[in-house]
Design a binder for this molecule. Structure first.
Ligand SMILES: N[C@@H](CCC(=O)N[C@@H](CS)C(=O)NCC(=O)O)C(=O)O
Length: 240
């Protein structure tokens, strides 16, 4: 059974959805990123960038356990392992990988920065909010054009859609008016109705933060605990 190190965030949801879609058994190991679990030495051995999700497949390639971090790599690995949700031919395969990379390189990081400056930054900085809101709206526009031509990003439903969907379903948190992107809305609604997706986004839902982020969580995610990594015991340094 795959050990899945995760937390109920969009990057976690990508992999929860894929595992559910493939009906692969997995054990959830919560990594509470607001409490510093991502800096525990055992987790860093699997995920040296101190980010979830990560996993260990006990039946890895060439035998033996195989640890993996970065959600995009995990999605490609699971698609290859199961021969599911990745087009078979070279053109189709790279079309899916291209839209997956679009998510990993643009949608995720830009939406993440927009969320940060809208909701978590200690002060509202109009330049930063405008910059990321403009860029995120531009990315929604790119997706809307593509999804006006095809049902799913790579033609058929694939890991590229599983990567983008968790970030798009939280469009309200990004201040995005989804009505401006009717093709994205049609695509989002279709994916949201899939039984595996309904289950995937419920993983650890009971641990999801309600309300504002606490100062302690901010310290782990954006404060001194986050940036003193590699200089001794970060929790000790952070006064915990
Ligand atoms: N590119 C990474 C991003 C993962 C990521 O940003 N994870 C965040 C939560 S969504 C995290 O673990 N943050 C904890 C930290 O930065 O300490 C992926 O797609 O797996």
């Amino acid at each position: 059974m795959i050990d899945l190190y995760t937390w109920p965030t969009p990057n976690g949801h990508k992999v929860h959805i894929m595992l559910e879609e493939c009906a692969l058994p997995y054990k959830v190991i919560p990594i509470n990123i607001g409490a510093g679990d991502q800096f525990k030495p055992d987790f860093l051995k699997i995920s040296p960038n101190n980010k979830m999700p990560a996993m260990v497949d006990p039946d890895g390639p060439e035998g033996g356990p195989f640890p993996l971090f970065e959600s995009g790599a995990m999605l490609i690995y699971l698609a290859e392992k199961t021969a599911k949700f990745m087009p078979k031919g070279t053109r189709g395969r790279y079309t899916a990988i291209q839209w997956l990379m679009f998510q990993m390189g643009s949608v995720g990081p830009m939406c993440g920065q927009l969320n940060h400056f809208r909701s978590y930054a200690p002060e509202q900085i109009p330049y930063a909010i405008d910059r990321y809101a403009s860029e995120v709206n531009r990315l929604y526009g790119v997706m809307d054009k593509r999804l006006g031509e095809v049902a799913y990003l790579a033609g058929d439903y694939s890991i590229a859609d599983m990567a983008c969907f968790p970030w798009i379903r939280i469009h309200e948190r990004q201040g995005i008016d989804i009505g401006k992107y009717p093709n994205v809305k049609r695509w989002m609604d279709a994916i949201a109705g899939r039984p595996a997706v309904v289950k995937g986004v419920q993983v650890l839902a009971e641990r999801q933060r309600q309300g504002a982020m606490s100062d302690d969580e901010k310290k782990w995610l954006f404060g001194k605990a986050q940036y003193s990594q590699g200089k001794g015991d970060v929790r000790e340094r952070a006064g915990r």
